[in-house]
Design a protein around this ligand. Structure first.
Ligand code: ATP
Ligand code: MG
Length: 555
């Protein structure tokens, strides 16, 4: 987390506050402009919270605009997922627009530039254009096609549109200055020929505007007052302003903030797509992915993601944000909302020798001590239970407050038991733990006078249901895989998924609903996976209970 984050959160807000005070604007209009070429990730969440957050704080509204000017990478599946993710994060857009809706207007803008002798058709190849661009220390050279007449340019441009020329054979370029210190101002390409099917306009167009000719103009068309993008677009601002001035259209303004990246993962749609297509993960919404849909499936509440984005704020310096901070907000949220239930992930049998074998009883257990309104439920108890293997030690040790021969422990919500014996199978593994229970020690009406330090969870064998439980670890072994030498895929953590095929869960979990959060007592927060069905329940671990963040914070 950067120390400048809270001050920097104000730098755009300050500008806006001032713009409203001086009467430059009576309301502000922002937009979130994703390219529909992948699923949204945590970096996008930061941009969404910023853009939509500003118009929650100040009068005005936010548009959702799909920046769909590249026909070959864009798909309707991505459009649908982006809309779902923004809504799930808790935001509403005023208008849903597509840059492709503006293709006719953009074409007219281009014609206007040509008529004003500010754009020309260039027959150079992309390699020739690149050579003529020069370098940051070397001025560029004029294209031999730069002096074409307005009439010839108008004719050629309309024939480009009509599909008379091959892909890549001609471009439309702005006529600015090949010696400009800003390379992007050296006659940037505005249109290219690409005979590709577009997800919305179909085959109507075979020329497509470049980012720089679509983005600012779309902002103008929508009267965007504050167009916020990431820092790599700083050099583009000059061109953004030049086009607005020459076209004499609504003067939107571009502001930049630093990209937010999170450690132990990658936030680039291209890299995330590779993880999916190369089968490193199951899908875009694999719970290990930093995508919004992955986090949703993992059980992260949208409010935790919003709090995280607000906390990291915005700044001008790029930095790697600790994923632990997001987990901190997830725990904080789930602690308040998740029902506490019992599930045994690595089971071993515990038999209570003095509890009648035909007897069962229903024990009331609080759903969530953090939330009185959540009430109680009844959990069945009997003489044969499942407990965690790790809660038993063959030999007693100092400071061990769980089970061992002679040791006493409380069974959560039930009785105190004392271990009297244990059994091993022929391989020598412990197969059963024998205990005696203390009848007067029942939770809520304990008159035993015995104090025990440890409480363990359990599930009654005859009442238990089963589930598959999936435990997740970081997807990468290093903090910043994209910055490491070689391929980012070399740094994949191949043990990021552990599947427990048969865990025992208390019967109330048979009624779990998709997206409902649970705390499996002592094991972490869990959520029902979307691939569950009535024959097979699958639970994803959202996050463990261990709270490193609070330690770091000294809480
Ligand atoms: P990617 O590299 O993942 O494809 P992008 O910037 O190309 O990201 P867009 O769909 O063009 O993705 O982004 C939509 C908006 O989200 C843009 O305004 C962009 O600046 C913002 N954005 C994308 N990634 C981040 C990030 N890591 N931090 C903050 N904002 C981001
Ligand atoms: Mg992009």
């Amino acid at each position: 987390m950067s120390d400048s984050s809270t001050e920097s959160l104000n730098f755009i807000e300050e500008i806006i506050e001032n713009d409203l005070k001086t009467g430059k604007y009576s309301q502000i209009i922002t937009r979130f402009p994703p390219e529909p070429n992948g699923y949204l990730h945590l970096g996008h969440a930061s941009s969404i919270c910023l853009n939509f957050g500003l118009t929650k704080t100040f009068p005005g509204y936010t548009n959702l605009r799909f920046d769909d000017t590249n026909p070959s990478t864009e798909e309707t599946e991505y459009v649908d997922s982006i809309k779902e993710d923004i809504k799930w994060l808790g935001f509403e857009w005023k208008h849903e627009f597509y840059a492709s809706d503006y293709f006719d207007m953009l074409y007219d803008f281009a014609v206007k530039l040509i008529k004003n002798n500010l754009a020309y058709v260039d027959d150079s190849t992309s390699e020739e254009i690149a050579i003529m661009k020069g370098s940051p220390v070397q001025p560029g050279t004029d294209s031999p096609y730069r002096t074409r007449s307005v009439e010839e340019n108008l004719d050629l441009f309309s024939r480009m549109k009509a599909g008379e020329f091959a892909d890549g054979s001609r471009t439309l370029r702005a006529k600015i200055d090949m010696k400009h210190t800003n390379m992007l101002m050296r006659d940037p390409v505005l249109y290219r020929i690409k005979k590709a099917h577009h997800h919305r306009t179909g085959d109507k167009w075979c020329i497509y505007p470049m980012y720089d000719f679509a983005h600012g103009q779309s902002d103008s068309i929508e009267n965007i007052s504050h167009s916020i993008c990431t820092m790599e677009f700083i050099p583009h601002r000059e061109l953004y302003d030049w086009l607005i001035e020459k076209l004499e259209i609504y003067p939107s303004h571009q502001y930049e903030f630093a990209r937010r990246n999170v450690n132990y993962t990658v936030t680039s749609k291209r890299k995330l797509l590779q993880l999916v297509t190369d089968n490193y993960v199951e899908s875009w919404d694999d719970p290990r992915m930093p995508t919004i849909s992955g986090l949703r499936r993992r059980g992260y509440p949208p409010s935790a993601i919003r709090n995280f984005c607000e906390r990291i704020g915005i700044g001008k310096r790029e930095n790697l944000v600790d994923i632990g901070l997001l987990e901190f907000f997830v725990r904080e949220d789930l602690n308040k909302s998740a029902s506490r239930v019992m599930a045994v992930l690595e089971p071993i049998q515990l038999t209570i020798s003095n509890y009648p074998s035909e007897q069962t009883e229903l024990l009331p257990i609080e759903n969530n001590p953090e939330d009185e309104a959540s009430g109680q439920r009844e959990v069945p108890f009997s003489n044969k239970l499942w407990i965690e293997r790790e809660d038993f030690k063959e030999v007693m040790e100092k400071k061990w407050f769980r089970l061992a021969p002679g040791a006493m422990v409380r069974l959560k919500g039930a009785y105190i038991v004392k271990c009297t014996d244990f059994k091993k199978d022929i391989q020598g593994n412990i197969s059963e733990i024998i205990c005696e229970y203390i009848p007067e020690s029942k939770s809520g009406s304990d008159t035993s006078g015995i104090n025990v330090k440890g409480t363990i969870h359990w599930v009654s064998q005859i009442h238990a249901a089963t589930a598959e439980v999936r435990l997740y670890d970081r997807l990468f072994k290093v903090e910043n895989p994209a910055a490491e030498e070689g391929d980012f895929l070399d740094y994949i953590n191949h043990d990021s998924l552990q599947i427990i095929s048969k865990a025992y869960i208390e019967p109330s979990l048979l009624d779990a609903e998709l997206g409902q959060a649970f705390q499996f007592i002592r094991k972490g927060y869990f959520v029902l996976d979307k691939n569950s069905n009535s024959d097979k329940l699958i639970f994803n671990r959202t996050v463990t209970l261990k709270d490193n963040w609070a330690k770091v914070q000294g809480k």
